[in-house]
Design a protein around this ligand. Structure first.
Ligand code: NAP
Length: 281
């Protein structure tokens, strides 16, 4: 597994981490085993949210990381409707309780919210000063929203922007990634396997990924993940409730693609025109 500094936090974080959205619908034992298998294989970044399963997924994560908190780079999110100054403080306490920990590594604003950003960020700073979170960031922000956020927060405060990014949806490469790189904000790719929309094995794109995978004794999914984290600002958080998937995703963190392979992937999955706003599922 390769590690790199996570934005301004400087913490060494695995390039491939673990998502948890919808895990409440999976077999609980399998999902918890998968998260632990992922940790065993070095995927220290676990991403969750108060939204997921209405808190149940945070409880599952709490069970998975019990006794192993120090190994984990733990990220959770406050829902936009809870992100007033007071609401953020309250939501964080509840997440900590469900996760069975006294601190988060990073706390994110899940979506741009109607609550003033200054209030949300003031709450984040209050939580940071109290040691309840070590850093904070945002999710689903486009470059204009990021710029406004940086004006309020100041440089070096926003740890990451978590955004939709997979081979079939590359529009953040136009402006969001360059903006994040210019300002030292980590980019976390959510739904990096297309959230169930991965290219079918017999499709043109699926066959091309399989050909590249074969030369590395890898899988098409591993090739896709490796392609997404080739820039030094980028991390990916595939969700796996199947322990075999978790192990495979971790191995993608060691996969190096050649320049030629990257060019083939770029040709098959063009980034398309620049779109206004940030893409979402
Ligand atoms: P995803 O990670 O793109 O895809 C998950 C699907 O891929 C699951 O069906 C999983 O199966 C399967 N899978 C995982 N590893 C595999 C492998 N090696 N080979 C074959 N199949 C594999 O989808 P996602 O859950 O939408 O996104 C990942 C994470 O991003 C979420 O879980 C969440 O933490 C985060 N997210 C954040 C936001 C946001 O607004 N900030 C939005 C969406 C997602 P199994 O589960 O059966 O293993």
């Amino acid at each position: 597994m390769r590690y790199r500094p996570f934005g301004p936090t400087g913490v060494q974080v695995a390039v491939i981490g673990q998502g948890t959205w919808n895990m409440e619908k999976d077999d609980r034992r399998s999902a918890i085993t998968a998260l632990r298998r992922g940790l065993d294989a070095g995927m220290n970044h676990i991403d969750t949210a108060e939204l997921y399963g209405d808190g149940h997924v945070e409880e599952m994560v709490g069970e998975a990381i019990a006794g192993r908190r120090k190994e984990v780079f733990l990220v959770s999110k406050v829902m936009e409707q809870n992100a007033s100054r007071h609401g953020t403080l309250k939501a964080c306490e509840k997440s900590l309780r469900r996760l069975g920990t006294d601190h988060l590594d990073v706390y994110l604003l899940h979506w741009p919210s109607s609550h003033p950003l200054a209030g949300t960020f003031a709450a984040f700073e209050e939580l940071r000063e109290a040691g309840k979170i070590l850093a904070w960031g945002v999710s689903n922000f486009d470059e204009d929203q990021l710029e406004a956020a940086l004006e309020i927060a100041g440089e070096g405060k926003i740890a990451c922007n978590q955004v939709l990014y997979h081979l079939g949806e590359r529009s953040i490469e136009h402006a969001v990634i360059p903006f994040c790189e210019e300002h030292g904000v980590a980019v976390v790719a959510y739904s990096p396997l297309g959230s169930g929309g991965f290219p079918a094995p017999r499709s043109r794109r699926g066959r091309m990924l399989a050909e590249i995978a074969a030369t590395h004794a890898a899988t098409p999914h591993q090739v896709a993940l490796a392609a997404l984290v080739r820039r030094p600002s980028c991390f990916a958080i595939p969700k796996a409730a199947d322990p075999e998937h978790a192990a495979a995703n971790a191995a993608a963190g060691d996969l190096d693609l050649t320049g030629d392979e990257i060019r083939r992937i770029d040709a098959a999955f063009p980034r398309g025109p620049r779109q206004p706003g940030v893409p979402t599922l």
